[in-house]
Write a protein that binds this ligand. Structure first.
Ligand code: F3S
Ligand code: F3S
Length: 133
């Protein structure tokens, strides 16, 4: 196991202005396939740092803003949220998808003020629409 940095386990500093690294960044909780076309949004109400952002078909956790509290996970009625290390193998692409959603948005610092976005991570386009039956 390689541990070559001294201490980057803490929360991202909100005032230092350091640019967050997307590659290899400490992604914490991840929203996966079950959220697509469901968007229950119970998770939003639990998140203490407002880092769960709405896309067109699903919601995404901003990996640099998430403080790893775990409050969102149990409230999702479709169990779409996992700790990164616990994401089922078939959905591991969603870890990257959660980060990819923020490629252009960066770290907005709050989902409520940003509002819903009219796009999704590229992976989501491969998901067939879910319809109520
Ligand atoms: Fe999606 Fe579940 Fe949140 S369906 S919006 S992850 S509560
Ligand atoms: Fe929010 Fe991350 Fe906690 S998304 S609810 S800060 S685990």
């Amino acid at each position: 196991m390689i541990v070559d940095s001294t201490d980057r386990s803490g929360a991202v500093c909100a005032s230092c202005g350091a640019s967050p690294e997307t590659k290899g960044s400490p992604v914490t909780y991840v929203i996966t396939l079950a959220c697509v076309d469901v968007k229950d949004k119970s998770c939003i109400e639990e998140c203490p740092v407002d880092c769960i952002y709405e896309g067109e078909r699903m919601l995404y956790i901003q990996p640099d803003e998430c403080v790893d509290c775990g409050a969102c996970e149990p409230v999702c009625p479709v169990e779409a949220i996992y700790y990164e290390d616990d994401v089922p193998e078939e959905w591991t692409d969603y870890t990257a998808a959660n980060a990819e959603f923020f490629n252009d948005l960066g770290s907005p610092g709050g989902a409520a003020k940003l509002g819903a976005q009219e796009f999704d991570a590229a992976l989501i386009a491969t998901v067939p629409p879910k319809e109520d039956s």
